[in-house]
Ligand binder design. Structure first.
Ligand code: GLN
Length: 178
């Protein structure tokens, strides 16, 4: 999806690989596993540092959880990278069987969104822009704070590159973050 959106994409698993990129996508998956692996591979502090320095990052689903300053319904001791001034509730839309798809407005464009055991955003700070909401409940599911973007849904599963293009243009408009 990143390649289609005009970026050259590489996998980031180690601090040296993180050093080499201008922006980072933190995909869906499982946020407690991501946290534990990030600690095991000494990635948590380097990630926090790059985010603090202003590296653009986009987190979808578990990635949204990782970019959130505060979480609800995490496991004991669960940490995030943080960066976006918001509270995210894990598994808020329900269990795996409650996964669903819906059409919603993302930054003014109609997109088809896939939610898989997805979180929602409970609340945001003053500097966070709400880019999208979803039924049920008109919940916040897409946000941006400066160079940081997060969605509860998985645009990489629909073949529609607009959300990734939105992120790539955030990275390009910033140039190198260092
Ligand atoms: N429920 C997962 C978590 O807590 C996120 C699910 C996903 O990324 N699709 O991390």
């Amino acid at each position: 999806m990143l390649q289609e959106a005009g970026a050259s994409a590489v996998a980031v698993r180690r601090p040296a690989e993180l050093e080499a990129v201008d922006g980072l996508v933190i995909p869906g998956g499982e946020s407690t596993t991501m946290w534990k692996l990030a600690e095991t591979f000494d990635m948590l502090e380097p990630l926090r540092l790059r985010i603090k320095e202003g590296m653009p990052a986009y987190g979808s689903c578990a990635g949204m959880i990782m970019l959130s300053d505060r979480i609800q319904d995490g496991i004991e001791g669960q940490q995030t990278i943080g960066g976006i001034d918001m509270v995210v509730r894990r598994n808020a839309f329900g269990r795996q069987v409650d996964s669903f798809e819906s059409d919603l407005d993302f930054a003014g464009e109609r997109v088809h969104a896939v939610f898989i055991r997805a979180p929602w955003v409970e609340s945001v700070g003053a500097d966070v822009e709400v880019l999208g909401r979803a039924e049920p409940g008109d919940r916040i599911v897409a946000v941006r704070q400066g160079p940081l973007l997060a969605t509860s849904f998985h645009p990489e599963l629909t073949g529609d590159t607009r959300v990734h293009r939105y992120f790539v243009s955030m990275v390009n408009s910033r140039g190198s973050s260092r």
